[in-house]
Design a protein around this ligand. Structure first.
Ligand SMILES: [Zn+2]
Length: 113
């Protein structure tokens, strides 16, 4: 499975890409690297909002992964998912867990699509 480009990802003005309409890019390397160039064929500020959402995707994914399992105060030593309520052991996430589905979609692990 392919790994995504490490962050941070940014949007907004960048001289290197100023000829493009809207961009998502990273400056983690010596040379700024273009990740995406977005069309301006959407009304209002929708293209800019799309770029911001893309640039925030890494942070959103990390935030979801950071709270995958939380300690259960009623069962010391056991961890549970705050979305589906299942315990990590022995069940893992429920098939309907929205948190797990979002992470799987971001990582290309959702084979239902
Ligand atoms: Zn879950």
């Amino acid at each position: 499975m392919a790994e995504h480009t490490p962050g941070p990802w940014q949007t907004g003005h960048n001289l290197k890409f100023s000829h493009r309409e809207e961009t998502v890019w990273t400056d983690r390397t010596e040379y700024n690297t273009l990740i995406a160039s977005l069309s301006r064929n959407f009304p209002g500020n929708e293209t800019t909002a799309n770029a911001r959402l893309m640039a925030a995707a890494l942070d959103l994914l990390a935030a979801l992964e950071a709270v995958e399992w939380l300690p259960d105060e009623d069962s010391p030593g056991r961890l549970y998912c705050p979305w589906c309520g299942n315990y990590q052991e022995p069940y893992g996430h429920s098939l309907e867990c929205e948190r797990q589905a979002a992470i799987a979609k971001a990582k290309g692990e959702n084979h239902a699509e």
